[in-house]
Design a protein around this ligand. Structure first.
Ligand SMILES: *Cc1c(COP(=O)(O)O)cnc(C)c1O
Length: 381
């Protein structure tokens, strides 16, 4: 079965899949905190909704199948999925992480997890020798994210994961930017995939949500223990919204990606733009690796204006884009990483990473690309 079909025919087409009797299309919202245990003589699948909820279970199975993993878990936010996945590590363990991971992942690693004794080394994971060199005797995990945010750098997933495997590490990949529609890290050897489903999977900028998938049942049991103990679980309505969003993932992402390609090419030729970062552009250094490990370049890109004033003016003048954090919704969103997603990274470190005050990130939505380009043109004058 191809992906587009699998997004619709996922085993949960009707309520019959979870014991319903009506044949209603889709899975009901089980708005309950607890489950009647009857006379206790039989063991029922659900007892308390932090530990499990039928609506949530449906989405957890759906994302596990889409990513090609054994077990799926849902969380109240993407960062809850990241924190919970890291929760399988222990104090004294060492983790090698991409230096340009999502700002919130950077923060949890470098504050709370550090305080609890997790050692962290951040490296440029596009440099495989640097990845190898960072591994120590107590290294237990590798945390990757590709394309990276906001500079869309590409890490060779199969090669980095092989380094992790050879050293006996668990590899964790944040697949938010690509979704399983474009990239399936577990097929490339990854052990755990995490998502902010707030972005493309939900797709409508109306929900905060996280998902994680494990390659094996054993890792799944470890992650389940974290999910149930930390308790960062989502509610059933939000779960239902993400399930609905996933049904249209193919058409949204295909159209948004096509738009992003056009916008990237157009920006490239603009006199007030100095750099464009999009893995679909012919001169992007990670283009070939990205094309080998995913079926597209996605719908997020970034560019640099020639001055900070121009960047700030652009954000104020765009009409068809919200100037906001987040990405992956049906509406185009432009963001200013230095003051938004990456504001929590200290300035010297941010500059070293190339996140300057001229950098703007665009998540291309479903508007007609011609209108977006016309709008961006007036905002760049
Ligand atoms: C947004 C995002 C997160 C965090 O997700 P939330 O849903 O905001 O908690 C993690 N990773 C990436 C790549 C993201 O874009």
């Amino acid at each position: 079965m191809k992906m587009g079909t699998q997004l619709i025919h996922n085993g949960y087409e009707t309520d019959l899949a979870i014991g319903g009797v009506t044949g209603a299309l889709g899975v009901p919202v089980y708005q309950t905190s607890t489950f009647d245990q009857g006379d206790l003589s039989e063991h029922r699948e659900y007892d308390y909704a932090r530990s499990g909820n039928p609506t949530r279970k449906a989405l957890e199975d759906i994302i596990a199948a889409l990513e090609g993993g054994a077990k799926g878990y849902a969380f109240g936010s993407g960062i809850a999925a990241v924190s919970s996945a890291l929760g399988i590590l222990a104090g004294g363990d060492h983790i090698v992480a991409a230096e340009d991971i999502y700002g919130g992942s950077w923060r949890i690693l470098n504050t709370f997890y550090k305080r609890w004794g997790l050692e962290v080394t951040l490296v440029d994971t596009t440099d495989l020798d640097a990845v190898k060199r960072a591994i120590k005797p107590n290294t237990k995990a590798m945390f990757l994210e590709t394309p990276s945010n906001p500079l869309l750098k590409i890490t060779d997933l199969a090669a980095a994961i092989k380094i992790a495997k050879d050293a006996g590490l668990i590899s964790i990949v944040d697949n938010t930017f690509m979704t399983p529609y474009l990239q399936r890290p577990i097929e490339l050897g990854a052990d755990i995939v995490v998502h902010s489903a707030t972005k493309f999977l939900g797709g409508h900028s109306d929900v905060i949500f996280g998902l994680a998938v494990t390659r094996t049942k054993e890792l799944g049991s470890q992650l389940y223990r974290v999910q149930n103990s930390f308790g960062a679980v989502p509610g059933p309505w939000d779960t239902w919204l993400v399930m609905r969003g996933i049904k249209t993932l193919k058409v949204r992402l295909e159209a948004q990606q096509a738009g992003a390609g056009l916008v990237a090419q157009w920006l490239k030729a603009h006199k007030n733009v100095s750099d464009v970062f999009y893995p679909g552009l012919p001169d992007h250094p990670g283009r070939e690796i990205n094309a080998a490990q995913s079926s597209g370049a996605g719908a997020v890109l970034s560019f640099k204006t020639k001055s900070a004033e121009q960047a700030v003016r652009f954000l104020g003048k765009v009409k068809y884009a919200a100037a906001a954090v987040s990405l992956g919704g049906v509406e185009t969103i432009v963001s200013y990483p230095v003051r938004m997603s990456h504001a929590s990274i200290p300035e010297p470190e941010r500059l070293r990473l190339g996140i300057t005050d001229t950098l703007i990130r665009i998540s291309v939505g479903l508007e007609d690309p011609e209108d977006l380009i016309e709008d961006f043109d007036q905002a760049l004058q």
